[in-house]
Design a protein around this ligand. Structure first.
Ligand SMILES: C[S@@+](CC[C@H](N)C(=O)[O-])C[C@H]1O[C@@H](n2cnc3c(N)ncnc32)[C@H](O)[C@@H]1O
Length: 459
């Protein structure tokens, strides 16, 4: 999604990469390692001052760069938000209404399914049936337990669903569910075990031909590929198959788990960056390829600001102290890497009056190789006291760091999503295919943070 302030993807990617190279310290270390990795040393002084004194309301609204103005005196922080505002597109949330039948089905057949999943299948199912009114075959990628296939066939009686899923147990569960709740769909929904790759075209064509033959469907038949939470590379595979298969006229897919994409070297991903546009911008500067790393992808698929916004002062305080303590624990281990930390489940009450004795009641130190528990020693204690003396309010900086990560999250996710959209447009243009491609935000972000659906239609 290109923010309104940009007219070309090149310019957008370039500005985003420049911005991220300045601020990659915000996400490059795991939160458990931010002290050990020296992030507090590079936390800019004005940011330190700001987050040591920020109140809960300002902390909560800070990530919403488009619609809020927390009190900020520091110019560098105002600048940070101003620049991000240009890089994050403003969004709208479509709010479709649903036919009663879906509600009835959800009420009776999805009682054990959590509210988040109900919300997702209801909205996505409704969108699919609206966009695929004259379609006869829909292929559900990563069909899992079959919820989406089920809802689509409840909403659209003349549809034939093919659910493809790599995990055999899930295929069996989906079939079991079909026998229990959807007996009348035995002819119209089939679940098959298949690990979908870019080579799956023949398998899918064989299966869809079988559906056409068995049901005496009259060709040409319009088909669509759909998916809910098509994780890791599965969304990219769906894009490639959509482009390869002429019978597939639409792709309606919700991606997730960007950080689970496959790596082709220890530092680069097979499918990210994907578009020629982003790839060529990344090539301009070696620093750019370093910042589009796994922590970047992990941040792209973290909780969005909506959850953050609702945190109470107490919740922030508990999170801040826990994150700081965990990072202190990591920072005081033997630097030779032989030790590891285990956080005890039965926790001592956390407080911000840090004492080594209290701390050792919350964590155990073990030898990495043998899992043998060790005694906390004087070196640990000395390092602990050194850190606490240097950062007496380190927990507030920990929460400040999380706040900055939450603020960057939308930009990171947008780069991943927009890169895929650019790829689709580039490849279609190369093949002479006319397509319409866009994202829609269809889920309530508070319930379901991965809320963007990729919609591609051949014209
Ligand atoms: C996050 S789950 C979503 C399941 C289902 N769509 C839902 O929303 O309930 C992703 C599913 O995709 C399946 N999957 C991942 N990669 C796959 C692949 N290459 N081929 C087939 N299934 C895959 C996983 O086994 C998993 O069941």
């Amino acid at each position: 999604m290109l923010p309104a302030t940009y007219t070309s993807p090149q310019a957008y990617f370039k500005s985003s990469l420049e911005f991220l190279s300045e601020y990659s310290w915000i996400y490059e270390s795991a939160n458990t390692c931010f002290i050990k990795d020296g992030i507090l040393e590079i936390f800019p002084k004005e940011f330190v001052k700001y987050f040591l004194h920020i109140n809960t309301n300002d902390l909560n609204i800070f990530p919403f760069v488009h619609h809020t103005s927390p009190a900020i005196e520091q110019e560098s922080i105002q600048n940070f938000r101003k620049r991000l505002k240009r890089l994050i597109p403003e969004e709208s949330f479509s709010n479709p209404c649903y036919p009663d039948i879906t509600f009835a089905h959800i009420k009776t057949k999805f009682r054990k399914v959590n509210l988040k999943k109900q919300h997702e299948i209801l909205r996505l199912g409704h969108l699919i049936t609206t966009l695929c009114d004259d379609y006869r075959i829909i292929i559900d990628f990563g069909s899992g337990l079959g919820y989406l296939s089920e809802i689509v066939s409840v909403l659209k009686k003349d549809i034939h669903m093919l659910g493809l899923e790599s995990d055999n147990c899930r295929v069996d569960e989906a079939k079991k569910r079909q026998l229990e709740f959807m007996f009348n769909t035995l002819d119209t929904i089939s679940y098959k075990q298949e690990t979908i790759t870019c080579e799956s075209k023949n398998f899918i064509e064989m299966e869809t031909q079988e559906i056409i033959r068995r049901n005496e469907l009259v060709e040409p038949i319009k088909m669509a590929i759909i998916g809910l939470h098509a994780c890791g590379d599965l969304t990219i595979t769906s894009i490639k198959l959509f482009l390869q298969m002429s019978e597939v006229k639409s792709l309606i897919i919700m991606p997730c788990c960007y950080h689970k994409m496959q790596m082709n070297t220890s530092t680069t991903f097979t499918n990210f960056p994907l578009s020629k546009t982003l790839k060529s911008e990344v090539k301009m500067n070696t620093r750019f390829s370093q910042i589009l790393n796994r922590p970047f992808l992990r941040l792209a698929c973290q909780q969005t600001g909506e959850r953050w916004r609702q945190c109470t002062e107490l919740e922030h305080s508990v999170h801040a102290i826990e994150m700081f303590e965990r990072a202190v624990a990591e920072a005081i281990l033997n630097p030779d890497g032989s030790e590891k930390i285990i956080k005890l489940k039965k926790k001592n009450k956390h407080n911000d009056n840090y004492k080594f004795n209290d701390f050792t009641k919350n964590f155990v130190v073990q030898l990495k190789e043998t899992n043998k528990s060790l005694e906390w020693n004087h070196t640990h204690e000395h390092k602990f006291n050194e850190i606490i003396e240097k950062y007496p309010n380190g927990h507030k900086l920990a929460e400040g760091l999380t706040c900055l990560q939450t603020t960057l999250q939308k930009l990171c996710e947008n780069i991943v999503l927009y890169d895929r959209l650019c790829y689709l447009e580039e490849e279609a243009a190369e093949q002479g295919l006319k397509i319409n491609v866009r994202y829609e935000k269809i889920f309530n972000e508070k319930l379901s943070p991965r809320c963007y659906v990729l919609i591609a239609q051949k014209l």
